[in-house]
Design a protein around this ligand. Structure first.
Ligand code: AGP
Length: 622
């Protein structure tokens, strides 16, 4: 996610802004910038690509940008690649070149969030003579504020209110108006923002760490609320422009805890961010109840021509591919092969010239996946990247890109990116099915509606997390675990097994349930944990009989199934339930308890959950 900071007081603003941004670096970013006003002089804008230290060097640690009022930003790219032009702050006028300096603009601002309808708003503003220099949704947002400010000759608060009514999406935005020196105007919907006041000075930021150095007394601004910030004062307004009273809140936790949003580890924070990651990814491709994959760049004609899909990835991304195979083949009736990138790149794959190679990668930098992409392109095959990092190598080199909007994922063990990737493959499968005529329109629309239920159903699973924590601590000293399932349940088992191995160091294996009797069942001993994933209704009975075979050899059975399958408790020793959902999408729910189980197991064993031994977040070497 992006990070925003702001300050207005009697000290120089730039050093305070840089310090605040440094405390938000954990949020992940690819560029940064600030805008500072010295009295009623125009705002001085300085931006840089890459790490914050580049911005600090450009501004001589803030000394080169005088003024006591300013805003700052670290950008995690969602619309538009990492570049100087796309970096914030953005202005209502023009902002070209790569230099920095005073901008003759009436409005300057920064934003954290996603403006879903920025394309239509941009078209509106272009018709009114606005010129755009970036690819970002934020530039549209700032120019829209300027549009209302001039069109209705109204004050900043009213101009921002009109903007809030017009945009769809999420935002924590800070805006400075040329006519209002020393003042910062802010507005919020869904993206985080807090405001602090101390010693006659006022601070604003995305998160607590950026201001803990100055104050622990903060104001939380609510959704659809605004504020006018001056040195030592904040006046809050509702959407009607009426003043609202707010009481300060005392921050009691440490800066380190604050970086994790109050959670103990990034992984558990990111597990809980999955509803939002799924929702953001869905919002980017849903329009009036139907899929709009125009930004993905696959035309209907191209989709009709594709004869075969090859999904190539590593690790958890490969597990997403394993889920996708079942979903794609069943809905779109198109053959799908799932390949490990490290194998694909060396086996001289025989690819159908009308095939499509889909590379799934959170980082977009995994060496094997990037090499597989290049191998596919060298064979002249069309390629699509499903990537979470805008402007990453795979995103840039694939013919087309489907961006997941999970936000930066800090924990080495992926969770929210995996869930967002599932949404991407579901959407592609549905689009292929619709275009290729293998899905009736009413079924297509009902499945789209079903996708929309995933975020809330994930939240419902969190209500059961204490039971999972209890169970994980009960098995904290186990040596082996087996995950068994059939179809999509097998694919989910692969991910559950990897989560357990990579963060708790417990050896586990995922098996297609029908495969156990071909050798592996010899490993089952008294007390061996066997986890049966049972969401595919027509396969449950078969998998249960495999579990019973294990039980007769001493296994302890855990069943992971859908509410309603209560008879399974006659067989399993411990049962975890997930909400009902169309079986094509069950992986999105079934994986949650398995993520939690791996997490709690690691915590119970006192391990470094976020940075497991021997692992890197992105494997950029062979
Ligand atoms: C998953 O928890 C692991 N961190 C790892 O398997 C990861 O999924 C794999 O390295 C692929 O990374 P990518 O998605 O960035 O390409």
């Amino acid at each position: 996610m992006c990070g925003i900071v702001g300050f207005t007081g009697h000290r120089q603003a730039a050093p305070i802004l840089l310090d605040g941004l440094s405390k938000l670096e954990y949020r992940g970013y690819d560029s940064a910038g600030l805008a500072v006003r010295d009295g009623d002089a125009p705002a001085e804008v300085v931006k840089s690509v890459g790490k914050l230290k580049t911005l600090a060097e450009k501004t001589d640690d803030g000394r080169a940008v005088p003024g006591c009022c300013g805003i700052g930003h670290t950008r995690w790219a969602t619309h538009g690649e990492p570049s100087w032009a796309n970096a914030h702050p953005h202005v209502s006028g023009n902002c070209t070149g790569s230099g920095s300096g005073p901008v003759e603009s009436d409005v300057v601002g920064v934003h954290n969030g996603i403006i879903e309808n920025y394309v239509e708003l941009k078209e509106k503003l272009l018709k009114h003579g606005y010129v755009f220099y970036s690819e970002t949704d934020t530039e549209v947002l700032i120019k829209l504020v300027d549009y209302y400010y001039h069109k209705y000759k109204i004050g900043p608060v009213d101009a921002i209110a009109k903007t809030m009514v017009r945009v769809r999406g999420s935002y924590a935005m800070e805006v400075m108006f040329k006519d209002y020196p020393g003042e910062i105007f802010v507005a919020r919907k869904d993206s985080p923002m807090i405001i602090g006041i101390a010693d006659g000075e006022t601070y604003v930021a995305s998160d607590v760490p950026a201001m803990l150095k100055y104050t622990r007394s903060v104001y939380y601004i609510g959704n659809h609320e605004m504020a006018r910030l001056t040195a030592g004062e904040a006046v809050f307004y509702d959407l009607n422009g009426d003043v609202i009273q707010k009481e300060p809140v005392e921050i009691t936790y440490s800066a380190a805890a604050a970086e994790k949003g109050g959670y103990e580890h990034f992984m558990i924070k990111e597990i809980h961010e999955q509803p939002e990651a799924v929702q953001n990814t869905l919002n980017a491709i849903l329009k009036d109840g139907a899929l709009d994959l125009s930004t993905v760049g696959l035309s209907d004609e191209e989709i009709r021509d594709i004869s075969q899909i090859y999904i190539v990835a590593c690790g958890s991304a490969w597990h997403v591919g394993m889920v996708a195979q079942y979903v794609f083949e069943d809905l779109a009736q198109i053959p799908v092969r799932v390949e490990l990138a490290s194998e694909f790149r060396y086996r001289k794959p025989l690819l159908d010239k009308n095939g499509l190679v889909v590379i799934i990668s959170q980082s977009g930098e995994t060496a094997d996946s990037l090499a597989a992409l290049r191998e596919a392109k060298s064979c002249g095959i069309r390629t699509l990247g499903i990537v979470n990092v805008v402007g990453s190598s795979i995103a840039r080199e694939a013919d087309t890109v489907f961006y997941t909007l999970a936000g930066p994922e800090i924990a080495v063990a992926t969770t929210k990116a995996y869930s967002a990737q599932l949404i991407a493959v579901y959407a592609l499968a549905l689009q292929f099915a619709k275009v290729r005529g293998t899905l009736a329109d009413d079924r297509y629309r009902s499945l789209i509606d079903e996708l929309g239920t995933i975020p809330e159903k994930i939240r419902r699973i969190f209500e059961d997390k204490e039971r999972i924590q209890w169970f994980a601590s009960k098995f904290a000293n186990m040596q082996d675990a087996f995950f068994v399932g059939r179809g999509i349940d097998y694919a989910v088992g692969l991910e559950g097994s990897l989560k357990m191995k990579e963060i708790s160091y417990v050896h586990s294996e995922a098996y297609a349930a029908g495969e156990l009797k071909h050798g592996t069942i010899s490993l089952i001993e008294d007390g061996t944990l066997v986890i049966g994933i049972l969401t595919q209704q027509e396969l449950i009975e078969k998998t249960v009989s495999n579990m019973v075979e294990c039980k007769s050899r001493g296994a302890y059975l855990m069943a992971l199934t859908t509410y309603g399958n209560y008879s399974l408790e006659d067989t399993s020793d411990f049962t975890v339930y997930i909400p009902k959902i169309d079986p094509h999408f069950a992986a999105s729910l079934a994986v949650i308890p398995l993520q939690l189980m791996g997490y709690y197991l690691s915590v119970a064993r006192g391990l470094d959950v976020d940075k497991p031994r021997n692992l890197a977040k992105s494997v950029t070497v062979e």
